[in-house]
Design a protein around this ligand. Structure first.
Ligand SMILES: [Zn+2]
Ligand SMILES: [Zn+2]
Length: 198
């Protein structure tokens, strides 16, 4: 599995940074997780990566906040878009289920859903803002197997010591204790333009 960070508050040279989050998961299918806030920045960074919209098979929206779903409005995407049940966005509403092979939604918790991706025995969690509470997300994911990594916004998650037990953590976007988590030996710095092979 390969993960490309498309949109983040930080960016590598040549990529644009802005408040929001999006990443592309290249696995058995290519799935875009969230779309960032501004279409122009999303498009710039997709272009910079050389990603054509036609290569994206599906979009998963964690929650309808502008900084995660804002880029969707102008995106001319005619594939499947998976959205949380309570959102006003157009798309397919999913619960806690494997909605595509290897792609599981945690179901909506406090207005937000997170994504669990299976890669053989490994599970990778993707979070938008984690308004739903990262602990709750981890609890759901553990039912499916062993968690290998967590990538995304962790919001004001404070029990950061439990993150050291996972081989990889990538605190992005709105993570309040980012500096402390980045100091962990299993942590990777998150920024638009970054590619991670898992
Ligand atoms: Zn956010
Ligand atoms: Zn949010």
């Amino acid at each position: 599995m390969k993960v490309k960070i498309i949109y983040d508050n930080k960016a590598m040279k040549g990529f644009k940074k802005a408040w929001g989050f999006s990443c592309l998961i290249e696995h058995n299918i290519n799935l875009l997780f969230d779309t960032g806030g501004r279409y122009g920045i999303l498009k710039h960074n997709l272009d910079k990566f050389g990603i054509d919209l036609k290569e994206i098979d599906a979009i998963f929206i964690s929650h309808s906040h502008w900084d995660h779903a804002g880029g969707l409005k102008k995106l001319k995407f005619d594939g499947k878009i998976f959205v949380p049940p309570s959102s006003k966005l157009k798309g397919i509403r999913v619960g806690n289920e494997e909605f595509l092979p290897n792609f599981i939604s945690t179901g909506e918790i406090n207005g937000e859903q997170s994504l669990i991706v299976k890669d053989g025995e490994k599970l990778i969690i993707f979070t938008g803002c984690s308004h739903n509470g990262l602990e709750n997300v981890i609890k759901v994911a553990e039912k499916y197997g062993k968690i290998y990594g967590i990538i995304g916004g962790f919001h004001d998650f404070k029990n950061i010591d439990i993150l050291s037990k996972f081989p990889l953590v990538m605190p992005c976007h709105c993570t309040k204790l980012k500096k402390q988590i980045e100091a962990f030996p299993n942590a990777l710095e998150c920024m638009a333009g970054k590619e991670v092979e898992l």
